[in-house]
Design a protein around this ligand. Sequence first.
Ligand code: PMM
Length: 288
Amino acid sequence: MSTYQGRGRIDGLPVWDRCAVMGVVNVTPDSFSDGGRWFDTTAAVKHGLDLVGQGADLVDVGGESTRPGATRVDETEELRRVIPVVRGLASEGVTVSVDTMRARVAEQALAAGATLVNDVSGGLADPAMVPTVAAAGAPFVVMHWRGFMEGGSGNIRGTYADVVSEVVDELHARVDAVIAGGIAPHRIVVDPGLGFSKDAEHDLTLLAHLDRLRALGHPVLVAASRKRFLGRILAGPEGAPPPARERDAATAAVSAIAAHRGAWAVRVHEVRATADAVRVARAVEAAR
Ligand code: PMM
């Protein structure tokens, strides 16, 4: 028996019979894991198509780095980076998600063919975001967010007595607000926001309790790809963390775990191994 129905269905998106794979295209010069590599429309579209060829079910296009200490790009520049890439991928039939905190970027991306809005601030950074997504009738990712991360640690505001309960409660409140703002419940995805105002212990604890996030009743997106907590695990207590691009096998391991635990989708930079991981998880589920 498949546990698929437990992942949830999202109005406005295709249905996959397993954990979906969201490939990442960062059209930025400075993302921590792949900054600068796809900072050109043609290269970014080609990269997105390559990710689909490798097994991505949808492609997440972002034009602003969210890494700690990153300065915000202005809206005009974000639009310039993102919209042609969204249009190029959507015109090839790719299901595109737009990773933005700005309503105007979301609106124009949806007009250019994007299907899903992925906002790491869960609608908090731009008060126009929720009404815009509601008016468009688009699916919306609500990530757990405690504000912009200044400085180098990424853990400002990251004090928790009980990280799982606090993240679940804060996401619950955010989901209620987003629904009150007019976004239909069946269009809402939740995301624990790994690495956002969280340290490695917090990220691991959240992954270990994915069931508590699923109990919110919305599909869960897990975005662990190449993140700092994986560097910490691989380094061991004394060692230096390997660079972001050497964390892909660890990322695929998280993908298998997240898929097995009922995540709706995993967001990854390197798709091939994760595409295999979610298929293995699906086969194991089907054998139950
Ligand atoms: N993390 C990053 C960017 N976008 N979106 C969601 N929904 N969840 C995340 O955890 C998330 C995100 C930062 O990673 P990147 O700079 O490698 O893309």
